[in-house]
Design a binder for this molecule. Structure first.
Ligand SMILES: [Mg+2]
Length: 197
């Protein structure tokens, strides 16, 4: 049985989605809470200019990535999925975050086939290159774009990704739901491939 090609985003998908708020609040002297983060763009959630946010990210981005907490059950689920499937991390983080990203994945014992730091939110060509079967994301706009190219997307539920879903996108609440979906999907795919041959 050929395994599935699983493409997985990092920030907010395998990491906790709101940990950056603590440092951003301190830096900008704000008091926003996770519920206030209704849009993906953090500067908008904070009510600051994007340049100001970029400056903050240049100063603290690496530290924020370093200390990001892992979401519940991620390691256990990925260890299990890795027995049969490929695991490709595809992040919009820039290349300069490669070391901290690799270190974090290693420290958390995350199984991995490849890591791509795109420096852009456009993940379609990478998904095509990796022959992606399922893409796991937290950014609404990415989910819509990937689905429009025919990819199956699992969108992990966050305050900032509410919105109508299109065909091919499934909203999930946690990594146990992700595991259940993928195992069922793999079984179905296997079943169909048996019929085809
Ligand atoms: Mg993300």
């Amino acid at each position: 049985m050929k395994g599935l090609s699983l493409c997985i985003d990092i920030d907010g998908t395998i990491t906790e989605a709101y940990d950056w708020i603590l440092r951003a609040n301190a830096y900008f002297n704000k008091k926003i809470t996770p519920e206030d983060v209704k849009v993906y763009d953090m500067h908008k959630a904070l009510g600051v200019e994007s340049d100001a946010y970029d400056k903050f990210y240049n100063l603290y981005g690496e530290l924020i990535h370093e200390e990001a907490r892992i979401r519940r059950d991620v390691k256990e689920v990925l260890d299990k999925l890795y027995e049969r499937h490929e695991i490709h991390f595809v992040t919009a983080r820039e290349g300069k975050m490669k070391d901290v990203t690799k270190r974090w994945l290693f420290q958390h014992g995350i199984p991995i086939d490849t890591l791509s730091l795109l420096g852009t939110h456009d993940k379609v060509s990478k998904a095509q290159e990796l022959d992606c079967d399922i893409f796991i994301e937290d950014r609404y706009e990415n989910a819509i774009q990937l689905a429009s190219y025919g990819f199956q997307v699992l969108l992990i539920d966050c305050y900032y990704n509410q919105g109508p879903l299109e065909k091919g996108i499934t909203r999930v609440n946690n990594w146990q739901e992700i595991k259940a979906f993928i195992e069922k999907y793999a079984q179905k795919t296997y079943h169909y491939s048996k019929i085809a041959t």
